[in-house]
Every structure is written in C-alpha cells, then in structure tokens.
Design a protein around this ligand. Structure first.
Ligand code: ADP
Ligand code: MG
Length: 400
C-alpha cells in the first residue's frame, strides 16, 4: 500500500489532498503521479471512478508556479465535465491558489474573455470554444507546458479529432502531454504516437471492465411494457439518487414527462438540445439532491462524478457496448456500491450480448416481483427464440 506522502507531491498539494479526505492513493494515482512528476508523457487508463482527475491534477499542480501566462491546458469532451474538473483543480490548489479559467460553448464570451484577461495559469476547455478563442486571438497556447487530454476516447467518438489536432499543434513541442481515459481503443494509439513523446503507459485492470462494486441486471420485458416496467422499477427500488439513460434526446424528453406525471420523485433531464443554463441547473440540482432522478442521454455517460448515485437504469440497451461501461460507471464510484438495471426487449438481444461480451460477464436476467408481465419469453433460461416470433406479440419496432 502506498501513501500520498511518498509520491513526491508538494506540501500544499498534500494538504489539499488530506483536506479532500483522501486517505490513500488509488492504483492509477500511485503509479501515474511519480511518472508525471519525473516529467514523462503518460497514457493512463483505468476504470471509471478510480480517481483519474487527481492522478493528473495533483502532480501538475505540484509543479506549477503562479505566473502570468497559461501553463496548463486540460481538454474535456463535454461542458459539464470541464466544469467538474475546474472544481477539482480549485480544490487541489486550495493552499496555493492558481488562476483557473473555464472555456466552453453554450454561454457568452464576456466572462470568458475577462477570465482570459486575468492571466490564468490553468485553462480547462472543450475543443470547439477553445478554437473560437484561438481564432479570435483572445488566447495563445505557446506558453503551455502541460497538456492534458481527458476522456480521449470520447473526444474521438464525438468527432473532435481534427479540432484536437489543431489545438495540439498550437502548443509548444517542449511540453508534457498526458492522455487519460477509461478505455483506450487502438485509434488513440495513432493520436498518441503523434502527440506524445515516449509515453509511459499505465494501465490498471482490464480497460473494459466496469467497477466491481456495481451489481448488474437485465430486466427483460415486451416493448409495449417498457414504460410501465420503468415506472415500476422506479417505484419499487430504494434509490437515493438515480440516473436513467436513454438512447435519444426525444426518448429522454418523453420519459421526463412520463415520470413527472406518474412518479413522486423529483425529476430533471439533461441532453444537448437543452440550453446551457438549464443543463447546469439540472446537473447542479441533481448533485445537491434537489432532484432524485436525472434522465440523460450519453452526454452524461462519461466522466461525470456525482457522489452518491445509487442506481443507474438503462431505458434501452446501449447500441455501443462501451457506452454501457461508461453509463454504469456513474454509480459505484470511489468504491461505493451501486446497482445498474437495464431494460431489455426482444429487439435488443444482440446489443445485450455485445455488452456481455465486452465486459466478459453474464448479466443475470431478473424479473420484478408483482409486476404484471404480459409476456415473459425473454425470462426463460432457454435460449431466446428468434426475434421474428416476438414481433407478432405487439412489440413496436422502431426504425432508427
Ligand atoms: P475517474 O476520472 O477515474 O472516473 P474521478 O477523478 O472523477 O474518477 O474520481 C472519482 C471520485 O473518487 C471523485 O469523487 C474523487 O473525489 C474520488 N477520489 C479520487 N481519488 C480518491 C482517493 N485517493 N481517495 C478517495 N476518494 C478519491
Ligand atoms: Mg474522469
């Protein structure tokens, strides 16, 4: 077992870590921090919720001396994630305050320009808005010594590769570059070969496995009863804080209306068509406990750290198996226990199998007690019948 004091971090950072209540470093922290302090480029991969933010933030803050030019740039794929990391940076630099500016879309430029004028040490940004500032000349990256790409896989998935390349190109070669992600698909190696210098790779556990503290279950049901089952699950589950993931924005809006009407819980909704001030309200309210339930698209699937999420429900099986790992990674964080329920209908069996293959684990099929199932074929242990048979059972198959 290692302790923070042995990792070579500065005293103000060690004090901030203990103020945050961290007793011992997580594995990724114990391994990545000394390498980063040595000045190495690092590719860090570990499961969601294992403290990757501190793994890069602590050693970087340790080495930073307040100055008048941006020294560290952190790129995040999603606005809410950027805002979360900003909070963490402020927390870890508490005893040696550094100037931090947050740049993301969906909000005005004035406050960001003011922030840039105040000579920030840290810039935390999403790629689009950062490029806007670069092209307006409100910012230069020449002085950046530390470049951090967080959630790199997500960044690539979201089509940010060209933007990321442009941004990396504007930083000096004489910099330290760090890549962090829960998953590290091969596409990232190509980017890493280009952006990093002889990186040390730190990989904890299997890149594809969700936290072990999460209990998984599939709840098979006919397509027509999907909404009823969701309502029943919400009603019969003792959750403290619940995230419901949908595949589409429309589905999220529909469920939002449904739950507002039919459940007693305080519900909110988050997706990319909602205006930024309402996105912020939704997330802040969910974090503070004002809302018990948040319904979200995969926008909220990655990286967001919301303490005390006791349950995740997937309204549909994610089409991309990797998204499953990210979504359920919103619970079971920091070694807490969590439950992940996935509603499963006949048209999703392939996706369900893909998820099981991806996490290399069979997910138990469960039946909700006292729920009036009209159709239970999927609950049988025998191999499921072909989808064709079930279509006649009244299931609506939507084309997407
Ligand atoms: P990741 O980026 O790996 O998904 P985060 O950096 O968001 O994970 O951290 C997940 C949670 O764990 C956060 O609430 C964070 O404050 C907490 N955490 C991180 N490191 C430690 C530690 N060493 N001890 C206790 N809690 C920690
Ligand atoms: Mg993270």
């Amino acid at each position: 077992m290692s302790i923070f004091a042995d990792l070579g971090l500065s005293n103000p950072v060690l004090k901030a870590v203990s103020k945050a209540g961290y007793e011992e470093p997580t594995e990724i922290q114990a391994r990545a921090i000394p390498l980063i302090l040595e000045g190495r480029d690092v590719i860090g991969a570990s499961q969601t919720g294992t403290g990757k933010t501190a793994a890069f933030a602590l050693p970087v803050i340790s080495q930073m001396i307040p100055s008048t030019k941006p020294q560290c740039l952190i790129l995040e794929p999603v606005r809410e994630l950027a805002a979360q990391v900003e909070e963490e940076i402020r927390k870890f630099s508490y005893y040696r305050p550094l100037n931090v500016v947050l740049l993301h879309g969906g909000v005005g430029y004035q406050a960001q320009n003011d922030g840039l004028n105040s000579k920030p040490d840290f810039i935390i940004a999403t790629p689009g808005r950062l490029l806007d500032h670069l092209s307006r000349g409100t910012l230069s990256l020449e002085s950046v010594r530390f470049l951090i790409l967080d959630e790199v896989d997500r960044m690539l998935d979201m089509g940010f590769l060209p933007d990321v390349r442009k941004i990396v190109d504007q930083c000096t070669r004489d910099r330290q570059t760090l890549f962090f992600s829960a998953t590290m698909p091969p596409a990232i190696q190509t980017l890493a070969n280009w952006a990093l210098k002889e990186p040390a790779e730190v990989e904890i556990g299997s890149r594809q496995s969700p936290a072990e503290t999460v209990a998984h279950a599939f709840y098979p049901v006919a397509m027509d009863q999907r909404d009823e089952l969701l309502l029943a699950l919400v009603e019969h589950t003792e959750f403290k804080s619940l995230m419901i993931f949908t595949r589409t924005k429309k589905e999220a809006d529909t469920l939002f209306s449904l739950l507002k009407m039919r459940s007693n819980a305080d519900v909110t909704v988050l997706h990319s068509d909602i205006k930024q001030s309402d996105r912020t309200k939704a997330l802040t309210g969910f974090r503070s406990g004002e809302f018990d339930i948040i319904i979200a698209t995969d926008l909220a699937a990655r990286g967001l750290d919301i303490s005390g999420v006791t349950h995740v429900i997937n309204y549909r099986v994610p089409e991309n198996a990797e998204d499953y790992v990210h979504r359920i990674g919103r619970t079971g964080r920091a070694r807490q226990e969590g439950d992940a329920f996935t509603i499963l209908s006949g048209d999703e069996l392939e996706f369900a199998k893909a998820v099981e293959r991806f996490i290399d684990k069979k997910i138990p099929r469960k039946k909700l007690e006292n729920f009036d199932y009209i159709y239970t074929a999927l609950l049988d242990d025998s191999p499921p019948k072909p989808v064709r048979v079930r279509r006649g059972g009244g299931g609506k198959r939507k084309r997407r």
